[in-house]
Design a binder for this molecule. Structure first.
Ligand code: UD1
Length: 381
């Protein structure tokens, strides 16, 4: 175990307490004087632990689509963030905003490198690890199951072990709706039988099991976030493995026809990346009673035809879609029940598909940068 830093003397302890109490009083006074002032929240929202250190969260896959939004969200809420990325699919541009903060540090490293990860987590001594680094495509996992195993299962073990050795108390994991496989009863609740139909879904399910075992065996609370279909700015449209909304967005913009694999009647639960980033923040820093797994979704279905129709509103006279055979491993219906996450981490999605698509098409970022405070749990930590 890497020992946690202890207070070295009573005078130091007194000073740190005075500093902490002083900041707390200033914050309460400010919010009393200017109720509803978001700026007030921002000024006083730099997170300090009782020992006066900044509160740090370690995020893997930080330069990726979900990772970079999670980093931005954590920074907006006053946390210090150590980001880890190997840039296999992550991009430096995604961290342009984060890079301007003196509370952000980026480490170029691979999550399968056990020694490096142990050293990194031990030196960062984070409150929580948010493990988002992954192979994200169902399709790619079918073509390269070995890579899927290394990135979606082996790396999870490496990170969990590094976190355990460093005494990290909270571990948030990017799981997926793909663990459920094919079901006919919608919405999908967490308790249904898991029947993954791709190496990707199977690895995510196995990783959940591994982590929940860590949670039961060690002093660590594990939160598995089963993301449904995440979309939003910075999702890379350039590969055939990219998320359907990012591909459609680019093709509509270029006036080219989109391709629908299968009938187009397949449904998905599209959840905005801003909501997902907020769910990650809540899972890492909010009150969580016990290790848990839950859906991160909206509970609202949209078919690919709906998607084409919604995009079409922004691009009148768009070319008709082309149709191709369904992709192997593709799920027909996927709509989640959002109820459990309300209870476990106090999360529900706030951005609907129309609003999220408008943000993409117009290129105007939604106003999501303000801190979430005051929120239950913060002052008691
Ligand atoms: C997605 C995620 C995966 C996540 C899972 C959760 C991506 C790349 N993958 O997989 O990480 O775990 O949701 O359920 O975000 N399609 C077309 N035309 C295209 C592209 C796709 O018709 O040009 C179809 C696909 O065949 C599929 C649907 O759109 O039926 C959604 O595809 P995709 O965005 O790749 O996501 P999932 O396979 O659902």
């Amino acid at each position: 175990m890497v020992p946690r830093q202890r207070f070295s003397d009573h005078a130091g302890l007194g000073r740190q307490w005075a500093d902490f109490v002083g900041r707390l009083c200033a914050r309460i006074l400010f919010l009393r004087l200017f109720p509803g002032s978001r700026q007030g929240g921002l000024v006083f929202s730099v997170r300090l632990r009782l020992d006066g250190r900044m509160e740090t969260i370690l995020v893997t896959g930080a330069a990726g689509f979900i990772g970079s939004h999670t980093v931005d969200r954590l920074l907006a809420d006053g946390f210090t963030v150590v980001g880890v990325d190997n840039f296999r699919t992550g991009r430096k541009e995604n961290l342009e905003k984060a890079g301007k903060s003196d509370r952000f540090r980026l480490e170029e490293a691979d999550c399968t490198d056990a020694e490096r990860m142990k050293a990194l987590v031990a030196s960062a001594r984070p409150l929580a690890v948010i493990h988002l680094a992954a192979l994200v495509s169902v399709q790619e996992s079918m073509e390269n199951p070995d890579l899927n195993f290394r990135l979606n299962l082996h790396a999870v073990h490496v990170m969990a072990e590094a976190a355990r050795l460093a005494g990290v108390k909270r571990f948030v994991f990017a799981s997926s709706a793909a663990i459920y496989g094919e079901h006919t009863n919608m919405p999908i609740r967490e308790s249904v039988r898991k029947r993954p139909i791709s190496p990707y879904g199977a690895a995510k399910y196995a990783a959940e099991g591994l982590l929940l075992g860590f949670g039961r065996s060690f002093d660590m609370t594990v939160v598995c976030q089963r993301y449904f279909n995440v979309f939003g700015p910075r999702q890379d449209p350039s590969s055939p493995y990219s998320g359907v909304i990012s591909i459609f967005d680019r093709l509509f913009r270029e006036g080219k026809p989109v391709t629908i694999f299968g009938t187009g009647r397949q449904t998905r639960d599209f959840v905005s990346v801003h909501d997902v980033a907020r769910a990650n923040l809540l899972a890492a820093t909010g009150k969580v009673r016990a290790s848990c797994s839950h859906n991160i979704c909206t509970g609202k279905p949209a078919s690919l035809h709906d998607l084409v129709k919604q995009f079409g509103r922004h691009y009148p006279g768009y070319p008709a879609p082309r149709f191709e055979a369904a992709r192997p491993g593709d799920i027909e219906q996927s709509i989640g029940s959002p109820e459990t996450a309300k209870q476990t981490i106090n999360f529900w999605a706030e951005i609907d598909l129309a609003g999220g698509l408008r943000e993409l098409v117009q290129g105007k970022p939604l106003d999501i940068g303000s801190p979430l405070d005051p929120r239950p749990g913060f002052l008691e930590r």
